[in-house]
Design a protein around this ligand. Sequence first.
Ligand code: C2E
Ligand code: MG
Ligand code: MG
Length: 528
Amino acid sequence: MLGMYRKPILLVIVVTVLPTVVLLIISYFQAIAYAKGNLEGIIKIATVKTDGLLEDADAILHRSKVDLQNADTQTSVKILQRQIYNDFRFREAGIINTKGLLTLSSLGVMNAPIPISPIKAQFDPRNPDLQILGLGRSQIMQEQSIVFMLQGSGKIGSIYLLVDPVVLTSFLEAIPDLDLGSNGFIAYIASDERLLSKIGSLPPNIYSGLQNPSFNTLQVTKLTRNGSITIVGEISRKWVLRYWLQELLVGTPLTVLISGVLSYLFIHQMRKVNTLDYELKRGLAQNEFEIYYQPIIDLNTKQCVGSEALLRWHHPQRGLINPSLFIPIAEETGLIVPMTEWLLEKVIQDQAILEPLFPYLYTSVNLSPTQLNTDDVDRLIQILKKANNHDKAPITFEITENKLIEEQLQVVQDAIARLKLWGARFAIDDFGTGYSNIAYLQSLNIDQLKLDQLFIKGLEYGNQMPQLVDSLIDFGDRVGLTIVAEGIETELQYQYLKARRVRYGQGWLFSRALPFAEFEQFLQTQAP
Ligand code: C2E
Ligand code: MG
Ligand code: MG
C-alpha cells in the first residue's frame, strides 16, 4: 500500500529536482559564455588601442628618421621633442649611433655617448620594420618603459621611442565593474614573450597556458595587427559567479513554473493510474478476473440444478475484490461490456467441460441493463451462436429489478426477445427491491424471479417479513414464474421456503460461490 504513495512523491521530487539541475547547468554555461563574451569585448578594445599606439609609434619613428637625416645635434633634439611633446604616451625619443651608443634624445644631449644595452642586444639591424624590444630604460629616463625601435640611416644606427607601459592598461581602469578578482588578469606580451604591461595577477604558467588555453581557464587571446603584441586576458571565477546568480534569478520563476506544471501532470497521471477504472482496464487486460460459481439448489430434492457466475477480481496489491465494489465503476465506464463478454465466453467453455456429466445444469450470468442496446446484444448473440449449444446447457441472464425499470421498455423487450431466440432465459435479480408490477413483468416475457436476500434474512425475525415474502411468492406464482430464493443461510429459512414450495434457492447454507475446480468437486459430491 505504501508503495503506491512512495512513487508519486519520488516523481514529484524528480520533476522538481530535474528542472532545477537543468537550470543550474544551463545557467552556468550561459554565465561562462557571458563572462567570456565580456572579456572578449574588453580585449578587442585593448587590441584596437594597442594597434593605434603601434601605428603612432611607427609614424613618429619614420618621420624622425627622415627629419634627422642632415640635422645637427641641437636641431635633432628639437626634432625629437616636436615629435612627442604633446603626446603623454611617449616618454622619450632618442638616437643610438652605429656603435650602439646613445648620443642624444628628446631629453637632451649626452656629453659622452653611453652604452644602451641590453636594448641594443635585442635589436635586429637588418629588420627595416618597427621593433618592440620589451621593457628597458634609456639611462636618462630611468623608469621602465616599452622600447620601440626603428633602423636609422647614415650615422644614426637606430631611433628609439620609450612608452609608458601604463598607457596600455590605463583605459581598463575606466571600465566599471572590471573586477578581475584574485586570479583574473589582462596582460600584454611581446613576440619574444616578454611581459610589457598587465593588470591583475599573472599565473606562473602564463606562457604555456597561452599555447593551449582550455575552455575552463576563461582565457581570451588576441594579436595586434602586425602581430608584435599578444594581448591575453583571463577572468576570475567571481565574474562567472555573478553572472550565474543573475541567470538563476531570471531562470528560477520559469523553472518553478515548469516544475509546477510537471508535478501537476505527474500527480494527475498517478491519480488516474491509481483510480479503479484505470485499474479495471489493466486487470482485465492482465487476466486478473476469475469466475466463481454459486450452486443453485432445487429446494425440494436439494440437488444442484445450476449456478450463478459471479465475478471476482484478484488484484495484485489489494487482494480479492468483490463485485459490489467494481461493477458500478465498470458500468459507469462501459468496461462492463467487454467484461461480460469475457465472462460469457468463459462460462460457455466451463459449461462444455461439465456438460458430459451434468447436461442439465444452467448458468446464470448477470447482465447490466446498459448492455441491452442493439450493438451489445449483437455481440452477446455472436458468443451464444459460436457456442452452438443453447439447446443443451442454457444461459440465464439476470437483470437487477430496480435498474431494469430505468431502461426504455421497447429496448428491454427487443433485447430479451432477440437473446431468447438463441436459447437464453431471463431472470429478474434482487426481486422485491424495485417497483415492477405484474403487467410490466408479463410484457417482458421473463422466466425467473430471484427473491432478494434482504427478504430471506428477514424471515429470521418475527416482524412483517414472512408476510411480505409470502406475497412475493404469491406474486410469482400468479405470473407463472420460477422463483429462486437468494441468500439462504439457515435451516429455518430453507424450511420456510421449502414449505411454501419455492422451487430453487442459493445461499451459504448450501455453498458459497466457488472457483470452477471447487464447483466441479461440489457437483461430484452431489452426483447420485
Ligand atoms: P447478485 O447477482 O444478487 O449475486 C448474489 C450475491 O449474493 C453474490 O454477491 C453472492 O456471493 C451473495 N450471496 C450468495 N449467497 C449468500 C448468502 O447466503 N449470504 C450472503 N450474505 N450473501 C450471499 P457477490 O458475488 O458479492 O456479487 C454482488 C453483486 O455484484 C451481484 O449480486 C451482482 O449484482 C453483481 N455482479 C457480480 N458479478 C457480476 C457480473 O459478472 N456482471 C454484473 N453485471 N454484475 C455482477
Ligand atoms: Mg445475480
Ligand atoms: Mg441478487
